[in-house]
Design a protein around this ligand. Structure first.
Ligand SMILES: Nc1nc2c(c(=O)[nH]1)N[C@H]1C(S)=C(S)[C@@H](COP(=O)(O)O)O[C@H]1N2
Ligand SMILES: [Mo]
Length: 391
């Protein structure tokens, strides 16, 4: 049993092993009769994340009730338009340093061995200010990316795999004193080594239904354990090359800068500024909802990370100690991981509740204070203290 209720607590509650297992397997049962949500006082009732000119949708974590987010609630975001592609005319092109350039129809891909995987991901801009709403988890179906690459054959010099979307938009590219306005295609890349791992997929379905246009129909890339930006929607071309791909959303926008050592002051000579690309999801947990039956309160939340096994999730109420939460049995390697904590003796009034996750490699979710030396707002995996009111 992972991280479940301690033995002492078990004896105290007089639960049978079967009883505990039932709890462990269904940490998030459907809202039962007489169960109500305890309101968050930090979450505006009509909260939405500002658009970028194109339709966006956030997932309301107060409705979290299982591993799988229904497809009409799955978060949506992108930088440009949402192109509509005729599935019959559609061809996925494999170009560049391949042995044999290919144009694959949807029927060609569907004839290959298909797989399914439950994958949770978030936009790297997801953060407390967005109430974590730029995140979701679903069951995706498609084909392993490496089988598609192997069909075209990887040329001996190829080291980088570039994924281009059909969508295009104006982008300002700044070079020294010059600014160019260029119409560019959305693109991202991964190293050949990462592309050839067993997990990356080219997917066409979410929760058993074909992808919708906002979700990237007819095909998108899915990099399990990576931030949302890597999952290129409306995928039109896979291009193999030797050099790094430096497109706007790879080389410029999706980077983080963190100060290490020294004072962290911008011009401090002893501070080292580490610049990294946004790739694998940084370890995060957050409380999604608090439910109440009679006098019993249950705190529910989720963990997102790169797939490294989780050692523990803990919950802290006001100034109390960190207490172990239970991980849901339904969690899988790349799903988001649901957790729950039975809060006993909750007193009426306002409370602060916060969670913290630790993985098997010993990484601990940082506090907002500990992330202060990160200059960019991306990859904010800070602990998120929530305010709630017990009636
Ligand atoms: N073609 C294309 N793919 C894209 C984007 C985009 O602008 N164009 N945005 C990315 C970003 S930043 C995120 S967070 C995810 C969001 O995926 P979703 O809309 O399915 O939730 O799509 C990614 N894939
Ligand atoms: Mo994103």
């Amino acid at each position: 049993m992972p991280d479940q209720i301690s033995r002492r607590e078990t004896l105290r509650r007089g639960l049978t092993v079967a009883g505990i297992l039932a709890i462990a397997e269904r940490a998030v049962p459907a809202l039962a009769q007489g169960e109500t949500d305890v309101p968050f006082t930090d979450y505006p009732a009509n909260f939405t994340v500002g658009g970028n000119g194109f339709p966006r949708r956030t997932f309301d974590h107060r409705t979290l009730d299982g591993l799988i987010v229904p497809k009409d609630k799955f978060f949506v975001t992108q930088h440009y338009n949402q192109p509509e592609i005729d599935p019959n005319a559609y061809r996925l092109k494999l170009t560049g340093m391949v042995k044999k350039p290919l144009e694959l129809s949807l029927a060609d891909l569907r004839r290959m061995r298909s797989t399914e995987m439950i994958v949770g991901y978030e936009c790297s801009g997801n953060r407390p200010a967005a109430f974590q709403g730029l995140s979701s988890c679903g069951r995706f179906a498609g084909v392993p990316l490496r089988e598609v690459l192997n069909q075209a054959g990887v040329g001996p010099k190829a080291r980088e795999v570039v994924f281009l979307g059909t969508d295009r938009g104006e982008q300002e590219v700044v070079f020294r004193q010059q600014t160019f306005k260029l119409n560019q295609q959305f693109g991202r890349s991964v190293t050949l080594e990462n592309a050839m791992k067993p997990d990356p997929m080219i997917v066409w379905a979410l929760n058993g239904d074909p992808l919708t246009v906002p979700q990237g129909a007819p095909l998108r890339l899915l990099m399990p354990g990576y931030y949302g930006v890597c999952n290129v929607k409306w995928l039109s071309e896979i291009h193999l090359q030797e050099d790094r791909y430096l497109g706007n959303f790879q080389g410029r926008w999706y980077r983080s800068v963190v100060g290490v050592g020294g004072t962290g002051e911008d011009l401090d000579l002893n501070t080292q500024w580490i610049e990294t690309e946004v790739t694998r999801i940084h370890l995060k947990s957050s409380i999604s909802r608090v439910r109440k039956t009679g006098n019993n309160h249950q705190i529910l939340g989720f963990v997102l990370n790169d797939g490294t096994p989780i050692r523990s999730v803990e919950v802290k109420i006001d100034d109390g100690p960190w207490q172990k939460a239970a991980l849901d049995r339904a969690n899988t390697k790349y799903s988001w991981k649901l957790f729950s904590y039975a809060w006993e003796g909750a007193k009426p009034g306002e409370h602060t509740v916060v969670s913290r996750v630790t993985d098997e490699d010993g990484n601990v979710q940082p506090t907002a204070e500990e992330l202060k030396r990160k200059k960019t707002f991306l990859e904010d995996n800070s602990q998120f203290p929530r305010r709630i009111r017990i009636a």
